[in-house]
Design a protein. Sequence first.
Length: 159
Amino acid sequence: MLKGTGGEDRRPGGATLLTQRDAGGGVTEWRASGGALRSWSPVPTVYVTEFEGHLGVRFVPFIIGVYDRSLVAGERPTSFQDWERMESYDSEARAKLTEWLLRAHQHFTSIDMIVTSRLVAMGVSVANIALGGAISVTRDRAEFDRRMARALARVPAKR
């Protein structure tokens, strides 16, 4: 459960589930034990999500929510998933994201991802097979940054 901006929800016994905060500069951040998700849109229709640590299933609705808002608005989003610092994931999180992408990926302009963990790369590879190769995956930071720079150059700055 999420409790408003800057809020925190706790399980009985005091374990933190998730916190959300405005990190400034248009960046929203969600944190839970073992992981952190940041999301922002540098220009209209281009969305960046950055994850570090362990991707638990509790983060999935927030990753999907970033793009669902764009899709409902009739946009064809361009996605950059910076998972370079993701170390591991729940298989349920991978399954839910893959299931959602099976329905949504054809509405994206492109989906680019950087991963460095072998475990995460394997999971992304399996998901990408199911998606027919819809995700462009790299382990090279310079390549990922070049792809993002090209996408940003194609879209006018935010209004």
